[in-house]
Design a protein around this ligand. Structure first.
Ligand code: S3P
Length: 427
């Protein structure tokens, strides 16, 4: 597919719903008691897979267009699926489901697509088996298809997380809600806290003290009405586009601004980007952002900042190709085990377009500022690499061809339409 190029960008975008929160809205709705109504659910492939997975586990879920209604079955009310549950490309669906299934009386097998079946699961097996579940990977490996045999006798744990991962933390918390006693999790770095926030929103109790989280189980949650805010990880592509395309201004509406997710705003401001936060709705953690063309300087991005922008790093690397100086991204080895190896994929594809970017052990080094040129590039089957390359194409003078653009529907089905309506040419 030929990617879109432009002279400048102008207009506004309604940012689609947050993928992390949309997955969790179905999960919490399913294990709560009573009815949950979710508005602004993300109808992207990853979240639809979570929805289907819970239907497979016997949860009545009705998609009524505006709202999704879930009749919660309670923590003990899931029923065995008739066959293997296929969660497609979604690591969040698979890993969080393992935490929920740890407390059942039955066995479930979960599998994914070719990408997910290569992603590491030992990080799940260690804590959840310490809590009493039995988990085995394909041919005794750590990889999916994964079979989990739950137990009603889950024991709480004290767990020092070896990596910063919201998925691992969340799965332990889902299991801890079903275990008798106090579970304590010590995070390596603070990762996104949607699960902790939603436990409270669904009537549960959890304490956080810096990097330490306490949850006393068992707890029964209660169904809620909720609206999913827009996804800052989707907004990120427009933030970078608005900053690097000359003479542009884009208004991004309904962007979720939970602090554990806003690293991109902090880093872009530090690099000199013209970002304004307006209509800041603190109650709903959502705001309107305005981004305009910016003169950018390089930055070093590392440590505690990394989990606050982990999914945005490929597009931040693109931003750095347009910043003066050397940008260093480090402590980001987790990027190697995302939907693809995002360190290598980002470096390889941006190099094809003329960027001065090198992969390192735990990140990327980018020398700016370089003009980007036409190329044939690949998404590597990864939605975020595909979207990053479309943003890069906007500033290329020559044609850019993207292989396998369909993967973008995994998180953002209307991405190309939303870009198209911003594209402007001087008459
Ligand atoms: C997610 C957590 C992050 C992130 C992923 C979604 C979540 O993964 O990269 O896209 O919803 O909890 P890790 O927790 O593995 O870092």
């Amino acid at each position: 597919m030929r990617l879109i190029q432009t002279e400048y960008l102008q207009g506004s975008v309604d940012i689609p719903a947050d993928k992390s929160i949309a997955h969790r809205s179905i999960m919490f709705g399913a294990i709560a008691e009573g009815e949950t109504k979710v508005t602004n659910f993300l109808r992207a492939q990853d979240c639809l897979n979570t929805l289907q997975a819970f239907k497979d586990l016997g949860v009545p879920i009705y998609d009524e267009g505006e709202t999704i209604t879930i009749t919660g079955v309670g923590a003990k009310g899931l029923s065995p699926a008739k066959q293997t549950i296929d969660v497609g490309n979604s690591g969040t669906a698979l890993r969080l489901l393992l935490g929920i299934l740890a407390g059942t009386t039955f066995e479930t097998t979960l599998e994914g697509d070719a990408s997910l079946n290569k992603r590491p699961m030992e990080r799940m097996m260690i804590p959840l088996s310490q809590m009493g579940a039995t988990i085995t990977g394909a041919f005794h490996s750590e990889f999916p298809p994964i079979t989990i045999q739950g137990t009603t006798q889950l024991t709480p744990i004290e767990y020092h997380m070896p990596i910063a991962s919201a998925q691992v933390k969340s799965a332990i918390l889902f299991a801890a809600l079903q275990a008798e006693g106090m579970t304590k999790i010590i995070e390596k770095e603070t990762s996104r806290n949607h699960t902790e926030e939603m436990i409270i929103q669904f009537g549960g109790k959890i304490q956080t003290d810096g990097k330490v989280i306490f949850l006393q189980g068992p707890q029964q949650l209660k169904g809620q009405e909720m609206t999913v805010p827009g996804d800052i990880s989707s907004a990120a592509f427009f933030l970078v586009a608005g900053a690097i395309v000359p003479n542009s201004e884009i208004i991004l509406k309904n962007v979720g601004i939970n602090f554990t997710r806003t690293g991109i705003i902090d880093v872009m401001k530090q690099m000199g980007a013209n970002i304004q936060i307006v209509d800041n709705d603190l109650m709903n953690q959502s705001a309107t952002l305005i981004i305009s063309s910016s003169s950018l300087n390089a930055a070093t991005i590392k440590g505690a900042m990394i989990p606050r922008l982990i999914d945005e790093l490929p597009v931040i690397a693109l931003l750095a190709t347009q910043a003066q100086g050397t940008t260093i991204i480090k402590d980001a080895q987790e990027l190697k085990v995302k939907e693809t190896n995002r360190i290598d994929a980002t470096a390889q594809e941006l190099q094809k377009m003329g960027a001065n970017i090198q992969a390192t052990q735990d990140g990327l080094v980018i020398q700016g500022k370089t003009a980007l040129h036409g190329a044939k590039v690949s998404s590597h089957g990864d939605h975020r690499i595909g979207m990053m390359l479309q943003i890069a194409a906007l500033i290329s003078k020559e044609e850019v061809q993207l292989e396998n653009p369909e993967v973008i529907a995994i998180s953002y089905p209307n991405f190309f339409q939303d870009i198209k309506q911003l594209v402007k040419r001087t008459e």
